[in-house]
Write a protein that binds this ligand. Sequence first.
Ligand code: SF4
Length: 289
Amino acid sequence: MYRTLSAYLKQKYGKKIKKICIDGGFSCPNRDGRCGVGGCIYCGERGAGEHIDPTASIAEQVRRGLESGRAEGYIAYFQSFTNTYASPEVLAERYSAALFDERILVLAIGTRPDCIDRDVCEILKKFQTKVDIWVELGLQTANDRTAKLINRGYTLDVYLEAARLLTEYEIPFVSHMIIGLPEEGEEDALRTAEVILDSGAFGIKIHSLYVMEGTRMADLYRQKLYTPPTLDEYVDRAAKVLALVGDRLVVHRITGDCPEGLLVAPEWNRDKSKVIDLIRQRLVTLSKS
Ligand code: SF4
């Protein structure tokens, strides 16, 4: 099979660990004009943090997470937008604001590869003395042509340099990939997974591309310029990626989760458990063939 995040956490900490998703009040250079405007074409107004209350302070968001979760340990996950896109002082202040409870065992930082430099690594290194750290890099695809189509705003070389720097600083990182990007097929998905494997990541997050209301992707879909993969196509590609990865990476997720009420397509995205079950079944079939 494959190494799930829950099994990894159980093995490492010996207890149940839950994630608290945080909007740290950051922006994104692909939205404010530094490297682009409008953002990636599938990205919503809240930069992947649609389910988080952005009006609450960082500490309040964490407090609510601690109160509602019934776990013994927690991951403080800075999810919305680009969470290394600020001065070292601001980064230190915002990360510190989340780390006031000893049950928080991991600081996870979602960001773009073009926002990883030595200053950021130095800050993360300091926090690594207090909690475990991992960085989540939004690669999405290893194909630079697709990267242009989706307005990602950086090339594969930038990802590889960020991966190299994080490896040099011994900061673990998880790379995100999306299956179902415009004009991509099975070969692209497998190549992206191979690049992630070779780059030194300790984990992979596999998302299915869903079309969300209010995005440029939704316009393309309605203009019939983009067709999402069928459930069968998605299941097949995801299973093949997992078969390739084997037990070499910790698998943080294997499908996407459109925020409540915002899904435009595909319909199958609504039933996450079914998608996961089908991928696991397909993986078993692949292992026997
Ligand atoms: S890098 Fe992330 S936050 Fe920025 S536009 Fe792309 S998906 Fe949205």
